[in-house]
Design a protein around this ligand. Structure first.
Ligand code: UD1
Length: 352
């Protein structure tokens, strides 16, 4: 197939490009090389067309003859403060809207969209009686007292996590999350009105080779790696028992290939995860051991707005896309300890 890949010079896009080429697909690779991700004077990687998805004319140009668009271009991270909001809205939402309109104009009817587990907001919890509960946000008082678990609003007892499936309520909690959900909603509306198809892949915590090194917008795995490389102790927030699903970037690339080849009709959203939950404390332990570094420090500090547990159900992706992760976190994170990270002098926060 002839695939238009946006965000092709990014961490995830780069791996998708490799995976698509290995499957014999023809890739038209575009990237805006944003300074917030690639530095203020980026060198254009080989084979990349420097195109901003917000430019309708340029998109119409590159869309000619394309069978499917794999849209990965986005400003990522949680958003540091409210000043970042216009950049998320512009690149992620306006950009997706321009892309969808250009697809309509050029007759391209298939989209695979890089989405995120952040659209769920909170994870899913059950109480001691086994009943699913939507917990209120954790209070500052609890967090300051070292009570990190979400509580049952009725009994006050700590709640246990459950795997989140794709039908869970969507409650974005950050600017980034709001922009990813809006992307999905624009794509859904486009699919309904044009008869096109959209497969939205909700990535869980992605790690792997060429992950951007320590920036305020990086995920925790890269932060722990950066600390260990400079001989520092990884700082684990809360009690280290907060749980996530870490998925290796080559599996994420494989999920995109599966979605492109599955050619599902209509709109579908899928968790892209390993299906093997791991605590942040264990992520730090695996990396420290594999790097031969100091053991992590469990700090008891917390980040405002952090979610306690987000653990994913991999079932729908396996049943409908035929995607199953092949790299489990215990092995993948150990290997990640010695993989190359991407160095770049990021040029400040994202700009519109
Ligand atoms: C992350 C991403 C989010 C992405 C999602 C799914 C960031 C900032 N967040 O969310 O954009 O969509 O994964 O891929 O990129 N922690 C520590 N020590 C640290 C840093 C973090 O213990 O030095 C803890 C945090 O408190 C949190 C956990 O690690 O409990 C995960 O943090 P992070 O990697 O930022 O990820 P998410 O919030 O899960």
């Amino acid at each position: 197939m002839r695939v238009l890949l946006t965000g092709a010079a990014g961490f995830i896009g780069g791996h998708i490009r490799t995976a698509l080429a290995a499957r014999g697909h023809e890739v038209v690779a575009v990237d805006a090389l944003l300074p917030s991700a690639h530095g203020s004077a980026p060198r254009t990687p080989q084979g990349i067309n420097v195109v901003d998805v917000r430019s309708a004319d340029a998109m119409i140009d590159v869309l000619r003859g394309i069978d499917v668009v794999c849209h990965q271009a986005a400003v990522v991270g949680a958003g540091i403060d409210a000043d970042d909001a216009p950049a998320y809205a512009s690149h992620n939402d306006f950009g997706t809207a321009v892309l969808l309109a250009a697809m309509h104009r050029t007759g391209c009817t298939r989209l695979v969209l890089g989405s995120s587990m952040v659209v769920y907001g909170d994870g899913r919890y059950r109480n001691a009686a086994g009943v699913t509960v939507i917990p209120p946000a954790r209070t500052r008082q609890d967090l300051d007292a070292g009570m990190f678990d979400n509580r049952d609003p009725v009994t006050g007892q700590p709640l246990t996590w459950e795997a989140v499936d794709e039908d869970a309520p969507l409650r974005p909690r950050s600017t980034y999350a709001a922009s990813k959900l809006a992307q999905e909603n624009y794509a859904l509306a486009w699919a309904l009105s044009t008869g096109g198809s959209v497969t939205a892949l909700r990535y869980h915590n992605v790690y792997g080779e060429f992950m951007p090194r320590n920036t305020p917008y990086s995920g925790v795995a890269a932060m722990f790696r950066s600390s260990l490389e400079s001989g520092q102790t990884p700082q684990v927030f809360e009690d280290g028992k907060q749980t996530r699903d870490f998925v290796e970037v080559r599996d994420v690339a494989g999920a995109n290939v599966a979605a492109i080849e599955a050619q599902l009709p209509g709109f579908g959203a899928f968790n892209i995860c390993s299906g093997q939950p791991i605590t942040i404390g264990d992520v730090a332990n695996v990396l420290s051991e594999a790097c031969g570094g100091p053991p992590p420090a469990i700090t008891g500090n917390y980040r405002a707005g952090d979610v306690r547990h987000v653990v994913a159900s991999p079932v729908r992706a396996e049943c409908e896309l035929g995607f199953r992760a092949s790299i489990m976190p215990a092995n993948g994170l150990r290997d990640f300890a010695t993989m190359a990270l991407r160095d770049c002098e990021i040029a400040g926060p994202p700009h519109v």
